[in-house]
Write a protein that binds this ligand. Structure first.
Ligand code: 1GP
Length: 258
């Protein structure tokens, strides 16, 4: 059995704090250097984020180097968020073992996962099974992942998949609008519809770029809100002061339901 250290950390924090904030960093060498990504991870940790997710849809070859550098530089967990089999690294504390359930291509549902499974198992990497659902616009992830993104005004379609994911044994369901999505993140009606019926934690991301949208997601029932683009664009400019405010507001909102 793989250790469940990071999963326990997540579960305990959800139970005691109500809501968590995760920072997503994409080690894309065309966009950011390893030094700068480490700096963003440290700024995010200081601002109160609960974990660093590392990955992206178009990750090239620096994952190992970046993951090691980030893991060495922060105390909070580092969790892989792989966009493909190239997104695995032994240097992370855990990985989201994701299945893009609304892909039209079995490669993204079970193919990549089976190609990566032996390495993950032999490395003793903690793998957290997570259903990944792409909601319109879905951005790069939807294009790469051959997804049929859920329309933003059809919460019941998302609910059907989220409940199937829970019954199939996934530990988390990720409601994803795609990195850089316009429109303030995943619609709150989708989050609240899933939250009403689902018993597994909801993680959401894609376009949450301000306090209002992050709080809206928590109030609608999200347990974890992920910010990537905001951190990349803002945290370096203001040294994390804006992010710290967002995390504080998220925690206050989460505390209301503990
Ligand atoms: C993308 O949900 C994450 O997978 C984060 O999205 O970059 O828009 O914050 P943003």
């Amino acid at each position: 059995m793989m250790p469940e250290k990071v999963w326990k950390y997540i579960k305990d924090k959800i139970d005691t704090e109500g809501a968590l904030h995760f920072t997503l960093l994409d080690p894309d060498p065309l966009q950011i250097s390893t030094d700068n990504i480490v700096k963003l991870a440290q700024i995010s940790e200081q601002a109160g984020t609960d974990a660093i997710m590392i990955g992206g849809s178009t990750v090239f070859s620096v994952i190992d180097e970046s993951v090691k550098a980030i893991s060495d530089a922060v105390d909070i967990p580092t969790i892989l968020f792989p966009g493909n089999i190239t997104g695995v690294s032994e240097h992370a504390d855990a990985m989201f073992f994701m299945s893009l359930l609304n892909s039209t291509n079995p490669y993204w549902i079970i193919g990549a996962q089976s190609l990566a499974a032996v390495r993950v198992k032999l490395a003793g990497l903690e793998a957290i099974p997570m259903a990944y659902l792409l909601i319109s616009p879905g951005k790069t992830a939807a294009w790469v992942g051959d997804a049929k993104p859920f329309p933003r005004d059809k919460p019941k379609l998302v609910l059907m998949y989220a409940l199937a994911a829970e019954i199939m044994g996934f530990k988390l369901v990720y409601l994803e609008a795609g990195s850089g999505a316009e429109g303030g993140g995943v619609p709150t009606e989708i989050i609240s519809t899933v939250s009403q019926f689902s018993d597994i934690p909801i993680i959401t991301g894609g376009g949450f770029n301000d306090i209002q949208s992050v709080i809206g997601a928590v109030e609608a029932g999200a347990h974890i809100v992920v910010q990537g683009t905001y951190v990349e664009k803002q945290a370096q400019k203001d040294n994390g002061t804006g992010l710290a405010k967002i995390v504080k507001a998220l925690k206050e909102s989460g505390a209301k339901r503990v």
